[in-house]
Design a protein around this ligand. Structure first.
Ligand SMILES: Nc1ncnc2c1ncn2[C@@H]1O[C@H](COP(=O)(O)OP(=O)(O)OP(=O)(O)O)[C@@H](O)[C@H]1O
Ligand SMILES: [Mg+2]
Length: 266
């Protein structure tokens, strides 16, 4: 079956999808797991933030078009064990080229299945929408992690996104599970943060990761050096949070696997 595929998705922009994919991926890579991040956003923030330069070697879009073999466009990063399949703005053409093709929800899955057995984890970074990109990512995935901010608008849009994920699970990819919601840019001094946090915990019991990722400027600075915060500032609140998040991620994966196995026995 190969590695586990995990999407980072939320239709809301700027909530930390890319930041979590880079930093959780790096934390796992630094614990000796082999990790690939597939950049599936025409903004190409993974590619830029980890300083991958595909130049004319090709991107995920070329693989989808059949112009490149995805195995040939797996690039190393400054983090040992962390690899990237890059994107660039050409990926915007995917929506135009493929929107009326049949089975167009499974195009990314076909590519990812070719390299699953080479990695322990394959992460997919999605753009901020629930359009064809995110649908493709979720159809290729075992799990989805949903980063949120503890603000009013996050709560507003979230139920809609949660429902969309449920619909994809029911209609297109029955094995898809919400691994969890990660509260990002957490500020425990803010009253609104705590109120919104309470709401998430109440309405999505068991789904919210225990680790809160704090708002920390080192996290935001790290991509300009092509690094995750764990290498840019190893002792910082951000680095501590991502190390803890990696541990919780592995525990959750183990727990979900056990639940699935016991469910299939009964
Ligand atoms: N915990 C944090 N502390 C400080 N800055 C953060 C934190 N998380 C994210 N950021 C910054 O906030 C901005 C948005 O984060 P990011 O790009 O990861 O969100 P996104 O959900 O991927 O956005 P998009 O929807 O555009 O893809 C970035 O500039 C990032 O560096
Ligand atoms: Mg992003």
């Amino acid at each position: 079956m190969g590695g586990l595929v995990v999407s980072f998705a939320n239709q809301k922009g700027g909530v930390g999808k890319t930041t979590l994919a880079i930093n959780l991926g790096s934390a796992l890579a630094m614990s000796d797991f082999k990790v690939l991040i597939v950049d599936f956003d025409p903004q190409a923030h993974i590619t830029v933030g980890l300083e991958v330069s595909p130049e004319d070697k090709g991107t995920i879009y070329h693989a989808i078009l059949g112009e490149r073999d995805i195995k040939e466009i797996i690039f190393p990063t400054k983090v040992e064990n962390l690899f990237v399949v890059p994107a660039n703005e050409d990926l915007a053409g995917f929506e135009v080229e493929f929107f009326d093709k049949s089975e167009n929800q499974f195009i990314l899955k076909k590519e990812i299945d070719k390299i699953r057995d080479r990695f322990d984890f394959i992460f997919i970074d999605c753009p901020p929408s629930i359009g064809i990109y995110t649908v493709n990512a979720l159809c290729a995935s075992d799990y989805v992690i949903i980063p949120v901010l503890a603000d009013f608008f996050s709560l507003e849009g979230f139920s809609k996104f949660f429902k969309a994920v449920e619909e994809i699970r029911e209609g297109l990819n029955p094995k898809l599970e919400i691994l969890g919601i990660v509260i990002n840019m957490y500020d425990k001094r803010a009253k609104l943060t705590r109120e919104v946090e309470e709401e998430f915990l109440k309405y999505f019991p068991g789904k919210v990761f225990g680790v809160r990722v704090p708002k920390n400027v080192k996290i935001a600075e790290a991509p300009s050096f092509g690094l995750p915060v764990l290498l840019y500032k190893p002792s910082s609140p951000g680095s501590d949070a991502f190390s803890s998040l990696a541990e919780e991620f592995l525990e959750r994966i183990k727990q979900y696997k056990e639940e699935k196995e016991s469910a299939s026995k009964n």
